[in-house]
Design a binder for this molecule. Structure first.
Ligand SMILES: *[C@@H]1O[C@H](CO)[C@@H](O)[C@H](O)[C@H]1NC(C)=O
Ligand SMILES: *[C@@H]1O[C@H](CO)[C@@H](O)[C@H](O)[C@H]1NC(C)=O
Ligand SMILES: *[C@@H]1O[C@H](CO)[C@@H](O)[C@H](O)[C@H]1NC(C)=O
Ligand SMILES: *[C@@H]1O[C@H](CO)[C@@H](O)[C@H](O)[C@H]1NC(C)=O
Ligand SMILES: *[C@@H]1O[C@H](CO)[C@@H](O)[C@H](O)[C@H]1NC(C)=O
Length: 481
């Protein structure tokens, strides 16, 4: 009995296997609504020079079309189209058809870097129960964000970065309580940051930078917020750094507030942000001293306090390796380059323009020079010669030291192959202009004591003006002797 059953069941099993297999391959064909929704989207595209949608054809399985992913329910689950910013024809032009509302089970839509997709905010999203991820980045969508944006309450990630949305951020945005990521940067948004952002407790990355937002940064942060990235730079925000930001100190790693109109002193509590990797307060109106508590920012890699009105004394930092530092254009009198800078093993960008530096450049001996890309020591009272420093920085891209008292023979300066920009104008440099400056992108050696015939270069006369006896194109011809 048992053997009979086993024998026959294997036949039955085979039969069912074929049946199941057949029914799976049938059901893998995409749902008719999804196909018609996608074909309507294709109709809205007026130009597709790279053929991104060329395989989207009626009667073929839309689950197999490039950019489409279906769930085993045979419904489209993800729609992902990526342009190529570096290729002239890597774009799509047209509008987003509202018929995409037929894709009832769509969970994720990625229209990224398509560049020429225009029109208003795609309202089809409001018809979708399951929509969780929306990334419509680097296109040309415009108009206002819908008042009822907050109704998309299942959203986990929303990015509309790099479009032309204007007008205010609707306060209903506080309804998107499941959000983990919210990116609205690079648009034309105006008005204030709505207080309803307070409800977005689970957001770890918030970027509103490069808009025209004004008013104060709301003072609504609490320990329950999980922010790791807070990017508000390049807006018109004013007022102080709100005290409640201290509450998110344990997690915050990127705080970018540069290029605004923020004022007041830099609060002591920023020293509590011990996870902080990047702090950008540049191009604001901060005054007073940098708090001593900054000594506790031991993990900071990128610190930009440039273009404010900060004064001495600059605190002793205990950071092990700074990568980039910009303290330029404040009211500091640092005299020397701080030891914690010279001892950094990984620094690539050092910008200390107009920092009251008064030392001999030959005495600046950083422990490691391998990573240096940029050095800006402009507008200080630095003496001596950069020859030894530039002999050690094999990968330097820019050296800026205009307005100092550097005194050296230009001919002995090594111009490394990577160097693109060299500004040593308004110093005491002597000797001849060497031939190998010709390959630079930018050169300024004006107002020094250089002499002799210029090598052939593409640079304008202003790059060489105000020297002792330079001659030859673009300056007047040398006198025959
Ligand atoms: C795409 O956008 C670029 C830049 O705005 C524009 O020059 C070009 O004409 C657009 N092409 C199409 C087909 O819309
Ligand atoms: C935040 O995320 C947790 C899970 O990580 C979830 O349980 C909670 O409901 C979310 N909070 C809100 C306000 O959505
Ligand atoms: C650094 O933090 C410790 C506690 O975390 C605190 O006692 C100390 O005052 C802080 N140092 C500075 C310079 O703020
Ligand atoms: C530049 O470095 C090389 C070794 O890398 C050394 O031989 C040379 O003397 C140095 N020149 C100056 C001016 O320091
Ligand atoms: C060179 O520097 C001088 C003084 O620093 C400045 O006035 C001039 O505009 C600069 N010229 C070029 C071509 O950068």
């Amino acid at each position: 009995m048992l053997s009979f059953f086993t024998k026959n069941s294997s036949l039955i099993f085979l039969f069912f296997t074929i049946l199941i297999h057949y029914s799976i391959s049938v059901s893998a064909k995409c749902h008719v609504d999804d196909e018609s929704g996608l074909l309507a989207f294709k109709k809205g595209i007026v130009s597709d020079p790279s053929g991104m949608l060329s395989k989207w054809k009626s009667g073929t399985d839309c689950c197999a079309w490039p950019g489409i992913q279906c769930r085993d329910t045979n419904r489209v689950h993800e729609l992902a189209l990526y342009g190529q910013l570096d290729k002239p024809n890597g774009y799509l032009a047209g509008t987003i058809s509202p018929t995409l509302a037929k894709l009832k089970e769509l969970n994720a839509v990625y229209f990224q870097d398509l560049r020429n997709i225009s029109g208003p905010f795609p309202s089809f999203l409001f018809s979708l129960q399951n929509i969780g991820y929306v990334y419509i980045e680097n296109n040309k969508l415009s108009g206002k964000l819908p008042e009822n944006l907050g109704q998309l309450s299942n959203l986990i990630a929303l990015s509309l970065a790099g479009n032309r949305f204007s007008g205010p951020i609707p306060s209903s945005i506080g309804g998107l309580t499941q959000l983990i990521q919210l990116k609205l940067h690079n648009n034309l948004l105006t008005g204030t940051i709505p207080a309803s952002f307070k409800a977005l407790k689970n957001v770890t990355a918030l970027s509103l930078d490069h808009n025209q937002l004004s008013g104060a940064i709301p003072d609504f942060f609490t320990e329950t917020h999980k922010l790791i990235f807070l990017e508000l730079s390049h807006n018109k925000l004013s007022g102080n750094i709100p005290g409640s930001i201290a509450a998110i100190a344990p997690n915050l790693r990127f705080l970018q507030l540069g290029h605004n109109a923020l004022s007041g002193t830099i609060p002591d509590f920023l020293g509590k942000f011990q996870a902080l990797d990047t702090l950008d307060l540049s191009w604001n109106k901060f005054s007073g001293t940098v708090p001593k508590t900054f000594g506790n920012l031991t993990k900071i890699f990128n610190l930009d306090l440039s273009h404010n009105s900060l004064v001495d004394p600059f605190p002793q930092m205990n950071v092990k390796g700074i990568e980039s530092l910009d303290l330029s254009y404040n009211n500091f009198n640092l005299v020397n380059i701080p030891k914690w800078v010279a001892s950094s093993p990984i620094i690539y960008s050092l910008k200390l323009a107009k920092c009251g530096l008064k030392f001999k450049l030959d005495d600046f001996k950083p422990v490691e020079t391998y990573f240096y890309d940029y050095i800006d020591l402009s507008e200080n009272e630095i003496t001596g010669s950069p020859v030894k420093l530039l002999n050690r920085t094999d990968y330097l891209v820019g050296f800026y030291a205009s307005g100092n008292q550097l005194k050296f023979d230009f001919g002995s300066l090594r111009i490394v192959k990577t160097l693109k920009d060299l500004d040593i104008s308004r110093n005491l440099v002597f000797g001849k202009v060497p031939q190998d400056v010709a390959g630079l992108r930018m050169l300024n050696v004006s107002h020094n004591h250089l002499c002799g015939q210029l090598p052939a270069t593409k640079f304008a006369a202003t790059a060489f003006a105000g020297n002792d006896c330079l001659c030859g194109s673009p300056l007047p011809a040398c006198k025959k002797t």
